[in-house]
Write a protein that binds this ligand. Structure first.
Ligand code: PEP
Ligand code: MN
Length: 349
């Protein structure tokens, strides 16, 4: 539940509420707004009734959160979460969609990575992505260069000022990955690795959480809730396709409807990844367009300087010239439609 304090509530009133919450085993998170102080009370409400709290001095009212994901729900926070970086880049809210671009995995060819990063920066993209620790279905496939890849990404950041996104697969690598990355990616396969979600909650970098290929939207939001509950509220959700019965033409089924659904039920930003979502180069443009029209706050695309030489996911990667073309079409789509993020959420029930 959320406890909204009166404008006139004193520090003692707030303390008294915090005390009673703690006596009943609740965790209280305090938000001091310009007008009201709001307290998120996380715990079992059968042990402490909202009526009892509402009767306390300085309490304006208590709002119950209907969804099991509380911190992530729109009930708790009606306004969109905007994640802002030191260089002024913002994700979410009414901001223009961001672009996260780069190879599936970083390979030995640093110049190739730099070519992608330089082109992406020139076009106006904000993030360079690249895997250093790769989850691979087969143990015989290339699973990343590890720290060397992180160093390459950091050098490309130095050269271009792009922000770096890379995946963390195991909490034992957390300090290392956090040292290099600006945004930590939790991959689809780890969406329900609760120990990892808990660990990442202790890192103060923004997190891109990818939807598991067989997970419901509710499970997706609950995974975000784990990260938030562990102390990191800077979560960016990423729809990257789910398993369907039909894989004859596509690797996954990119669930575009997840975008407005998540916008309705959560305040967190949501981006889409049409590369993993479809597994097909030719589908990146149409699915990115669909995602943008549906309200996505950003697009993650695999781009390689030479997709034929990529050590993973070459088939779904765009070359630099191909991405340039797609990017310019997406950019003009955003301009033409004057895509305002809020306007895509319908008020109909
Ligand atoms: C990736 O982004 O490189 C990746 C492995 O994605 P996913 O976890 O969505 O499969
Ligand atoms: Mn990939």
């Amino acid at each position: 539940m959320i406890i909204i304090m009166e404008k006139t509530a004193t520090i003692e009133n707030i303390k008294a509420v915090e005390n009673i919450l703690s006596e009943h085993g609740f965790r209280a998170i305090l938000h001091e707004g310009d007008v009201h102080t709001v307290i998120d009370a996380l715990g079992d409400k059968t042990t402490l009734s909202p009526d009892r709290l509402e009767a306390m001095e300085g309490v304006s009212h208590v709002k119950l959160i209907r969804q099991p994901y509380r911190l992530a729900s729109r009930d708790r926070k009606p306004e969109d979460t905007v994640i802002e970086f030191d260089n002024g880049v913002k994700i979410g809210g009414a901001n223009r969609p961001v672009y996260i671009v780069g190879p599936c995995s970083v390979d030995e060819d640093y110049d190739g990575l730099l070519q992608v990063a330089t082109a992406a920066k020139e076009m106006g993209c904000q993030f360079l992505r690249g895997g250093a620790f790769k989850p691979r279905t087969s143990p015989y496939d290339f699973d990343g260069l590890g720290e060397k890849a992180l160093q390459y990404l950091a050098s490309a950041r130095e050269a271009t000022d792009l922000l770096v996104v890379t995946e963390l697969m195991d909490s034992s690598d957390m300090d290392l990955v956090c040292d290099y990355a600006d945004v930590i990616q939790i991959g689809a396969r780890n969406m329900q690795n609760f120990r990892l979600l808990k660990a990442i909650g202790r890192c103060n970098k923004p997190v891109i959480l990818k939807r598991g290929p067989a997970n419901t939207i509710k499970e997706f939001l609950l995974a975000a809730e784990h990260i938030m509950y562990s102390g990191n509220e800077k979560v960016i959700l990423c729809e990257r396709g789910i398993r369907s019965f039909d894989d004859s033409f596509t690797r996954n089924l990119l669930d575009i409807s997840a975008v407005p659904v998540i916008k309705k039920y959560s305040h967190l930003p949501i981006i889409i990844d049409p590369s993993h979502g479809t597994g097909q180069r030719y589908l990146i443009e149409p699915m990115s367009k669909a995602g943008l029209v549906a309200g996505a706050d950003g697009i993650m695309v695999e781009v390689h300087y030479n997709p034929a030489k990529a050590l993973s996911d070459g088939k779904q990667s765009l070359s630099i010239p191909q991405f340039r073309e797609v990017f310019s079409k997406l950019n003009s789509l955003v301009d033409t439609l004057h895509l305002e993020r809020k306007s895509v959420i319908s008020n109909l029930d």
